[in-house]
Write a protein that binds this ligand. Structure first.
Ligand SMILES: [Zn+2]
Length: 229
């Protein structure tokens, strides 16, 4: 299933920025705010979000969600509804990840987007279902959908501005990162990955918050944090 060309981060930033701009969300304007991912999925892409118990799709891992391109459906695993309800960041990231499969992978199979293969049997359809597990062993499509989600929910220009604003307050504290994650409606762990990827802030192995470029023995270490995984 992996004929997909690898998309580097810079290119992914352009793809997601274009999506946001097309939707009317300007990542360059002055405010730091959450990306309206539900609206983008439902109204901009006309994809249906529904809930079903879908653990059966993978007996070995924890299935979070799936997308059936042929039906234009994103299915969230109802078994984990409590988790999604408690953690809006996980809910938003999962939606953005599934949208990533639609934009990056289903686009290569236009017949799926029009439902043109509906007459063929379910066995064929199911081979194009992306079911997404919570696991560290990820195929390339999953890694790319995660990258897409991070870029979309935390656009580069907005993140650079947010960190600049925090730095103006003085040293960056753990509570600032929690506040920023809250404001963007993402999890602190997704935020940490994104800040590190953009080389804006690095969370050290020992949990310290480090400003990149200062990783010397005299590095500016802000405050220890525990990642909320
Ligand atoms: Zn996935």
């Amino acid at each position: 299933m992996s004929r997909t060309a690898y998309i580097a981060r810079e290119q992914m930033e352009r793809i997601t920025e274009r999506i946001l701009t097309d939707y009317g969300f300007d990542p360059y304007d002055k405010s730091v705010r959450p990306v309206p991912i539900e609206e983008i999925v439902e109204f901009h892409y006309d994809l249906q979000i529904c809930w079903e118990p879908i653990d059966r799709l993978d007996e070995d891992g924890m299935v979070m969600a799936a997308i059936i391109p042929e039906r234009r459906q994103i299915i969230l695993n109802e078994t984990h509804r409590d988790l999604f309800d408690r953690k809006i960041g996980t809910y938003h990231f999962t939606l953005a990840h599934e949208l990533g499969h639609w934009v990056l992978h289903a686009a290569e199979r236009p017949h799926l987007r029009t439902g043109g293969r509906r007459s063929e049997e379910r066995a064929d359809e199911s081979s194009f279902v992306y079911y997404c597990r919570s696991s560290s062993r990820k195929p390339i499509e999953e890694v790319q959908a995660d990258l897409f989600a991070g870029c979309l929910l935390m656009p580069q220009p907005m993140m650079a501005r947010a960190v600049k604003q925090l730095a103006m307050l003085g040293s960056i504290r753990l509570r600032h990162l929690y506040g920023l994650a809250d404001c963007l409606k993402v999890s602190v762990s997704a935020l940490a990955v994104r800040l590190d990827q953009l080389r804006l802030l690095h969370i050290g192995r020992d949990g310290d918050i480090i400003k990149p470029g200062t990783e010397s023995p005299t590095a500016v270490r802000y405050e220890q944090m525990t990642l909320d995984l």
